[in-house]
Design a protein around this ligand. Sequence first.
Ligand code: XBP
Ligand code: MG
Length: 254
Amino acid sequence: MSKLKALLFDVDGTLADTEADGHRVAFNKAFVEAGLDWDWTEALYGELLAVTGGKERIKYYVNDFLDNFTPKNDLTEFAAKLHKRKTDFYLEMLQQGEIPLRAGVERLLREARDAGFRMGIATTTTPANVTYLLTSTLGKESIDWFEVIAAGDIVPAKKPAPDIFQYAMKEMGITAEETLAFEDSANGFLSSTGAGLKTMVTVNRYTKDDNFDDACIVLDQMGSENNTFKVLDGDSKGHQFVNMEMLKDIFASC
Ligand code: XBP
Ligand code: MG
């Protein structure tokens, strides 16, 4: 059995709880600015999360949720333009420090780095969203903790396709046998496991009822010594918050 050497992290929902209070809010700001009367409520946004990628999500909304909307120009072009403004608003929110990392994430990243584990990012979101999140929460130097930031349109097929995880592994020169993935959603889980990766899941409000069959473990959060996680599925091997010892233990038995 191979030893755990590398960690591949999803971003949205995993490193930070970005969707309801981050991306959703930024989409709505872009809609107001564009003079659209669209309002993506928390409940509606939960449905829209079925499709990953912001541009793709806008197109999905127009095609499947609206009856009488035809953009002046081509829908792909329209969605791209609107999404660009959404990204500007989202980056502003990150810069203002409005989006924190989830509990236990900073500690785990620092422990992994100190212990010499190789780290990468595999996400559907726009690349700048990742670098701004890391910079605003962990400082500029944290960008260098990750050997690859695989993000956005770098692969044409977004999650649930396995491409983004495969891309990240290829860039890092690592194999699935020595790598653990971190995900929060069914789409992300399908992507990581589709790439052959053992995967640990921390759910959030939108993904707590998703299907994570065969995950190494499903938790409500990474947690910390005085804020321990709840195990939703699997065996935490006696651990009560996620640390490197736990990751090695669950990787070995997953
Ligand atoms: C994240 C996404 C993204 C974000 C919005 O999925 O699907 O689309 O919701 O970001 P994952 P963009 O956590 O699986 O990577 O608007 O930049 O696409
Ligand atoms: Mg995610």
